[in-house]
Design a protein around this ligand. Structure first.
Ligand code: F6P
Length: 323
Protein backbone atom coordinates (compact mmCIF):
# COMPACT_ATOMS: atom_id res chain seq x y z
CA UNK A 1 0.00 0.00 0.00
CA UNK A 2 1.65 3.21 -1.15
CA UNK A 3 -0.88 6.05 -1.24
CA UNK A 4 -2.77 6.65 2.00
CA UNK A 5 -5.29 9.41 2.74
CA UNK A 6 -6.42 10.75 6.09
CA UNK A 7 -9.62 12.57 7.01
CA UNK A 8 -11.15 13.94 10.20
CA UNK A 9 -14.89 13.59 10.66
CA UNK A 10 -17.66 14.54 13.09
CA UNK A 11 -17.01 16.77 16.08
CA UNK A 12 -13.44 18.06 16.14
CA UNK A 13 -11.38 16.90 19.10
CA UNK A 14 -8.11 18.25 20.52
CA UNK A 15 -5.37 15.88 19.41
CA UNK A 16 -6.71 15.33 15.90
CA UNK A 17 -3.86 17.39 14.48
CA UNK A 18 -1.29 15.25 16.29
CA UNK A 19 -2.92 12.22 14.67
CA UNK A 20 -2.89 13.85 11.20
CA UNK A 21 0.79 14.74 11.60
CA UNK A 22 1.61 11.20 12.73
CA UNK A 23 -0.27 9.63 9.80
CA UNK A 24 1.45 11.83 7.24
CA UNK A 25 4.94 11.34 8.62
CA UNK A 26 4.51 7.61 9.22
CA UNK A 27 3.30 7.16 5.64
CA UNK A 28 6.50 8.85 4.49
CA UNK A 29 8.52 6.66 6.86
CA UNK A 30 7.13 3.47 5.28
CA UNK A 31 7.89 4.80 1.80
CA UNK A 32 4.40 5.91 0.81
CA UNK A 33 2.66 9.11 -0.18
CA UNK A 34 0.11 10.79 2.08
CA UNK A 35 -3.01 12.76 1.15
CA UNK A 36 -5.35 14.87 3.23
CA UNK A 37 -9.09 14.86 2.62
CA UNK A 38 -10.58 18.24 3.51
CA UNK A 39 -13.92 18.59 5.37
CA UNK A 40 -14.40 14.92 6.25
CA UNK A 41 -16.72 12.65 4.28
CA UNK A 42 -18.39 15.65 2.63
CA UNK A 43 -15.05 16.74 1.18
CA UNK A 44 -14.27 13.15 0.20
CA UNK A 45 -17.43 13.00 -1.94
CA UNK A 46 -16.49 16.34 -3.47
CA UNK A 47 -12.96 15.10 -4.25
CA UNK A 48 -11.27 17.63 -1.94
CA UNK A 49 -8.07 15.63 -1.69
CA UNK A 50 -4.60 17.20 -1.47
CA UNK A 51 -1.11 15.70 -1.22
CA UNK A 52 0.53 16.15 2.20
CA UNK A 53 4.24 15.87 2.80
CA UNK A 54 6.01 15.70 6.17
CA UNK A 55 6.73 19.45 6.10
CA UNK A 56 3.09 20.31 5.42
CA UNK A 57 2.13 19.09 8.87
CA UNK A 58 4.81 20.98 10.79
CA UNK A 59 3.65 23.12 13.72
CA UNK A 60 0.14 21.65 13.95
CA UNK A 61 0.45 19.28 16.89
CA UNK A 62 -0.20 21.99 19.47
CA UNK A 63 -3.30 23.30 17.69
CA UNK A 64 -6.84 22.42 18.73
CA UNK A 65 -9.39 21.55 16.05
CA UNK A 66 -8.39 19.91 12.81
CA UNK A 67 -6.35 21.53 10.04
CA UNK A 68 -8.18 19.31 7.54
CA UNK A 69 -11.61 20.55 8.56
CA UNK A 70 -14.51 18.28 9.46
CA UNK A 71 -18.18 17.71 8.69
CA UNK A 72 -21.22 15.60 9.44
CA UNK A 73 -22.21 14.40 5.98
CA UNK A 74 -25.79 13.33 5.20
CA UNK A 75 -24.69 12.78 1.62
CA UNK A 76 -22.31 10.00 2.59
CA UNK A 77 -25.15 8.19 4.38
CA UNK A 78 -27.10 7.82 1.12
CA UNK A 79 -27.10 4.37 -0.54
CA UNK A 80 -24.53 5.41 -3.15
CA UNK A 81 -22.32 7.24 -0.57
CA UNK A 82 -19.69 4.50 -0.20
CA UNK A 83 -19.39 3.88 -3.95
CA UNK A 84 -18.94 7.61 -4.62
CA UNK A 85 -16.33 7.90 -1.86
CA UNK A 86 -14.37 4.90 -3.17
CA UNK A 87 -14.51 6.35 -6.69
CA UNK A 88 -13.14 9.68 -5.42
CA UNK A 89 -10.26 7.89 -3.67
CA UNK A 90 -9.57 5.75 -6.75
CA UNK A 91 -9.48 8.87 -8.93
CA UNK A 92 -6.46 9.99 -6.88
CA UNK A 93 -4.91 6.52 -6.91
CA UNK A 94 -5.35 6.22 -3.16
CA UNK A 95 -5.35 2.69 -1.83
CA UNK A 96 -5.99 3.16 1.89
CA UNK A 97 -7.83 5.58 4.20
CA UNK A 98 -7.47 6.60 7.84
CA UNK A 99 -10.66 8.00 9.40
CA UNK A 100 -10.15 10.02 12.58
CA UNK A 101 -13.47 10.43 14.36
CA UNK A 102 -16.12 9.18 16.75
CA UNK A 103 -19.04 6.78 16.50
CA UNK A 104 -20.86 8.33 13.52
CA UNK A 105 -17.58 8.57 11.62
CA UNK A 106 -16.60 5.00 12.39
CA UNK A 107 -19.98 3.87 11.09
CA UNK A 108 -18.80 5.50 7.87
CA UNK A 109 -15.50 3.60 8.11
CA UNK A 110 -17.42 0.37 8.53
CA UNK A 111 -19.57 1.08 5.47
CA UNK A 112 -16.41 1.61 3.39
CA UNK A 113 -14.71 -1.45 4.89
CA UNK A 114 -17.80 -3.56 4.18
CA UNK A 115 -17.63 -2.41 0.56
CA UNK A 116 -14.10 -3.86 0.46
CA UNK A 117 -12.10 -0.63 0.82
CA UNK A 118 -9.03 -0.73 3.15
CA UNK A 119 -9.85 1.69 5.97
CA UNK A 120 -8.58 2.07 9.53
CA UNK A 121 -10.36 4.21 12.13
CA UNK A 122 -8.70 6.30 14.83
CA UNK A 123 -10.88 6.55 17.96
CA UNK A 124 -11.47 10.25 18.40
CA UNK A 125 -14.30 11.96 20.25
CA UNK A 126 -14.56 14.01 23.41
CA UNK A 127 -17.62 11.91 24.37
CA UNK A 128 -15.60 8.75 25.17
CA UNK A 129 -18.51 6.56 24.14
CA UNK A 130 -16.69 4.53 21.51
CA UNK A 131 -16.17 0.80 22.03
CA UNK A 132 -12.56 -0.14 21.21
CA UNK A 133 -10.76 2.56 23.17
CA UNK A 134 -10.66 2.99 26.95
CA UNK A 135 -10.02 6.68 26.36
CA UNK A 136 -10.66 8.34 23.02
CA UNK A 137 -8.68 11.18 21.51
CA UNK A 138 -9.77 14.58 22.81
CA UNK A 139 -11.29 13.44 26.09
CA UNK A 140 -8.38 14.49 28.28
CA UNK A 141 -8.25 18.00 26.80
CA UNK A 142 -12.03 18.42 27.06
CA UNK A 143 -11.92 17.28 30.69
CA UNK A 144 -9.20 19.76 31.54
CA UNK A 145 -11.11 22.64 29.95
CA UNK A 146 -14.22 21.58 31.85
CA UNK A 147 -12.29 21.30 35.08
CA UNK A 148 -10.86 24.78 34.77
CA UNK A 149 -14.37 26.13 34.19
CA UNK A 150 -15.70 24.25 37.21
CA UNK A 151 -12.92 25.53 39.45
CA UNK A 152 -13.70 29.08 38.38
CA UNK A 153 -17.42 28.65 38.88
CA UNK A 154 -16.85 27.29 42.37
CA UNK A 155 -14.95 30.44 43.32
CA UNK A 156 -17.75 32.79 42.34
CA UNK A 157 -20.45 30.47 43.69
CA UNK A 158 -18.65 30.45 47.06
CA UNK A 159 -18.34 34.23 47.11
CA UNK A 160 -22.13 34.55 46.74
CA UNK A 161 -23.20 31.39 48.59
CA UNK A 162 -24.86 30.23 45.42
CA UNK A 163 -25.40 26.95 43.68
CA UNK A 164 -23.77 26.44 40.28
CA UNK A 165 -25.17 24.19 37.61
CA UNK A 166 -22.72 23.25 34.88
CA UNK A 167 -23.87 21.43 31.78
CA UNK A 168 -21.22 19.55 29.83
CA UNK A 169 -21.22 17.87 26.42
CA UNK A 170 -21.17 14.16 25.76
CA UNK A 171 -24.22 13.48 23.62
CA UNK A 172 -26.06 10.49 25.20
CA UNK A 173 -23.04 9.50 27.27
CA UNK A 174 -22.46 10.77 30.81
CA UNK A 175 -18.72 10.13 30.87
CA UNK A 176 -17.58 13.78 30.83
CA UNK A 177 -20.14 14.79 33.44
CA UNK A 178 -19.25 11.89 35.71
CA UNK A 179 -15.51 12.50 35.55
CA UNK A 180 -15.87 16.25 35.98
CA UNK A 181 -18.31 15.80 38.82
CA UNK A 182 -15.71 13.75 40.66
CA UNK A 183 -12.64 15.88 40.04
CA UNK A 184 -14.57 19.14 40.29
CA UNK A 185 -15.97 18.07 43.67
CA UNK A 186 -19.62 18.40 42.64
CA UNK A 187 -22.37 17.74 45.15
CA UNK A 188 -24.58 16.17 42.49
CA UNK A 189 -24.06 14.57 39.08
CA UNK A 190 -26.88 14.05 36.61
CA UNK A 191 -26.22 11.73 33.67
CA UNK A 192 -28.44 9.85 31.21
CA UNK A 193 -27.28 6.55 32.72
CA UNK A 194 -28.53 7.57 36.21
CA UNK A 195 -31.10 10.33 36.11
CA UNK A 196 -32.00 12.39 39.20
CA UNK A 197 -35.13 14.51 39.28
CA UNK A 198 -34.72 18.28 39.79
CA UNK A 199 -36.42 18.17 43.21
CA UNK A 200 -33.94 15.59 44.43
CA UNK A 201 -31.02 17.64 43.10
CA UNK A 202 -32.40 20.65 44.96
CA UNK A 203 -32.49 18.64 48.20
CA UNK A 204 -28.89 17.48 47.70
CA UNK A 205 -27.74 21.06 47.10
CA UNK A 206 -29.74 22.34 50.07
CA UNK A 207 -28.18 19.72 52.33
CA UNK A 208 -24.71 20.82 51.18
CA UNK A 209 -25.45 24.41 52.30
CA UNK A 210 -26.93 23.05 55.55
CA UNK A 211 -23.64 21.23 56.21
CA UNK A 212 -21.89 24.57 56.02
CA UNK A 213 -20.66 24.63 52.44
CA UNK A 214 -20.34 28.04 50.84
CA UNK A 215 -21.35 26.68 47.45
CA UNK A 216 -23.07 23.67 45.93
CA UNK A 217 -22.32 22.37 42.47
CA UNK A 218 -24.29 20.12 40.17
CA UNK A 219 -22.78 18.82 36.94
CA UNK A 220 -25.32 17.72 34.36
CA UNK A 221 -24.74 15.93 31.07
CA UNK A 222 -26.31 17.54 28.03
CA UNK A 223 -27.86 14.17 27.15
CA UNK A 224 -29.61 13.77 30.49
CA UNK A 225 -33.36 14.17 30.49
CA UNK A 226 -32.86 16.49 33.44
CA UNK A 227 -30.28 18.67 31.70
CA UNK A 228 -29.97 22.46 32.06
CA UNK A 229 -33.04 23.08 29.92
CA UNK A 230 -35.13 21.10 32.42
CA UNK A 231 -33.34 22.07 35.64
CA UNK A 232 -33.14 25.82 35.19
CA UNK A 233 -36.92 26.47 34.90
CA UNK A 234 -37.47 24.22 37.93
CA UNK A 235 -35.08 26.20 40.08
CA UNK A 236 -36.49 29.50 38.79
CA UNK A 237 -40.05 28.44 39.51
CA UNK A 238 -39.25 27.15 42.98
CA UNK A 239 -36.78 29.86 43.99
CA UNK A 240 -38.78 30.84 47.08
CA UNK A 241 -38.77 27.27 48.42
CA UNK A 242 -34.98 27.10 48.56
CA UNK A 243 -32.63 29.15 50.65
CA UNK A 244 -30.17 29.56 47.79
CA UNK A 245 -29.88 30.92 44.28
CA UNK A 246 -28.67 28.87 41.34
CA UNK A 247 -26.73 30.07 38.30
CA UNK A 248 -26.35 27.85 35.25
CA UNK A 249 -23.51 27.65 32.74
CA UNK A 250 -23.60 25.56 29.59
CA UNK A 251 -20.01 24.84 28.56
CA UNK A 252 -20.94 23.53 25.11
CA UNK A 253 -18.35 23.86 22.38
CA UNK A 254 -15.88 25.62 24.69
CA UNK A 255 -14.89 22.09 25.71
CA UNK A 256 -13.88 21.15 22.19
CA UNK A 257 -11.56 24.08 21.52
CA UNK A 258 -8.95 23.63 24.24
CA UNK A 259 -5.24 23.27 23.52
CA UNK A 260 -4.50 19.55 23.23
CA UNK A 261 -2.95 18.25 26.44
CA UNK A 262 0.25 16.21 26.54
CA UNK A 263 -1.92 13.09 26.88
CA UNK A 264 -3.91 13.85 23.73
CA UNK A 265 -0.87 14.80 21.68
CA UNK A 266 0.78 11.52 22.62
CA UNK A 267 -2.39 9.50 22.10
CA UNK A 268 -3.01 11.09 18.68
CA UNK A 269 0.59 10.39 17.73
CA UNK A 270 0.44 6.74 18.82
CA UNK A 271 -2.95 6.10 17.19
CA UNK A 272 -1.97 7.84 13.94
CA UNK A 273 1.25 5.87 13.50
CA UNK A 274 -0.46 2.59 14.38
CA UNK A 275 -3.25 3.25 11.88
CA UNK A 276 -0.65 3.56 9.10
CA UNK A 277 1.20 0.46 10.30
CA UNK A 278 -2.09 -1.48 10.21
CA UNK A 279 -2.78 -0.41 6.62
CA UNK A 280 0.83 -1.09 5.60
CA UNK A 281 0.63 -4.70 6.80
CA UNK A 282 -2.81 -5.23 5.29
CA UNK A 283 -4.74 -5.14 8.55
CA UNK A 284 -7.78 -3.04 7.58
CA UNK A 285 -11.39 -2.77 8.77
CA UNK A 286 -10.26 -2.02 12.33
CA UNK A 287 -10.43 0.83 14.81
CA UNK A 288 -7.24 1.74 16.65
CA UNK A 289 -7.67 2.88 20.21
CA UNK A 290 -6.18 2.65 23.68
CA UNK A 291 -6.59 -0.62 25.62
CA UNK A 292 -4.97 -0.19 29.01
CA UNK A 293 -1.53 1.21 28.20
CA UNK A 294 -1.39 -0.31 24.72
CA UNK A 295 -2.67 0.71 21.34
CA UNK A 296 -5.11 -1.98 20.23
CA UNK A 297 -6.95 -2.68 16.98
CA UNK A 298 -10.59 -3.78 17.19
CA UNK A 299 -12.60 -4.97 14.18
CA UNK A 300 -15.01 -2.20 13.14
CA UNK A 301 -17.78 -4.81 13.13
CA UNK A 302 -17.37 -5.02 16.93
CA UNK A 303 -17.41 -1.25 17.32
CA UNK A 304 -20.41 -0.03 15.34
CA UNK A 305 -23.85 0.12 16.90
CA UNK A 306 -22.48 -0.24 20.42
CA UNK A 307 -21.83 2.23 23.23
CA UNK A 308 -19.13 1.81 25.85
CA UNK A 309 -20.74 1.36 29.27
CA UNK A 310 -19.96 3.72 32.16
CA UNK A 311 -18.55 2.56 35.47
CA UNK A 312 -21.48 3.63 37.62
CA UNK A 313 -19.74 2.65 40.85
CA UNK A 314 -17.91 5.96 40.44
CA UNK A 315 -21.19 7.79 41.03
CA UNK A 316 -21.50 6.31 44.50
CA UNK A 317 -17.87 7.20 45.23
CA UNK A 318 -18.53 10.80 44.12
CA UNK A 319 -21.63 10.96 46.36
CA UNK A 320 -19.70 9.78 49.43
CA UNK A 321 -16.78 12.13 48.83
CA UNK A 322 -19.00 15.19 48.33
CA UNK A 323 -19.93 15.16 52.05
O1 F6P B 1 -19.62 14.23 19.63
C1 F6P B 1 -18.95 15.35 20.11
C2 F6P B 1 -19.92 16.45 20.45
O2 F6P B 1 -19.17 17.55 20.91
C3 F6P B 1 -21.00 16.07 21.45
O3 F6P B 1 -20.54 16.09 22.78
C4 F6P B 1 -22.04 17.11 21.14
O4 F6P B 1 -23.32 16.69 21.53
C5 F6P B 1 -21.94 17.24 19.65
O5 F6P B 1 -20.63 16.85 19.30
C6 F6P B 1 -22.20 18.63 19.13
O6 F6P B 1 -22.15 18.56 17.75
P1 F6P B 1 -22.03 19.82 16.82
O7 F6P B 1 -20.64 20.36 16.95
O8 F6P B 1 -22.32 19.30 15.46
O9 F6P B 1 -23.04 20.82 17.31
Amino acid sequence: MRRIAVLTSGGDAPGMNAAIRAVVRQVAAVGGEAFGVQQGFRGLLAGQIVPLGPRDVGGIMQLAGTVLGSSRSDDFRRPDGAARAIAALAAHGIDGLVVIGGSGSQNGSYVLASAGYPVVGVASTIDNDLVGSDITLGVDSALNVGLEALDRLRVTASSHNRAALVEVMGRQCGYLALQLGITGGAEAIVIPEAEIEPAEVAEILQRAFDRGKAHAIVVVAEGAQNNAARMVPFFRLNRQRFGFELRATILGHVQRGGTPTHFDRLLGTRLGTTAVDCLARGEAGVLVGLGGKDVVATPLAEVVGRTKPLDLSLLEMARILAQ
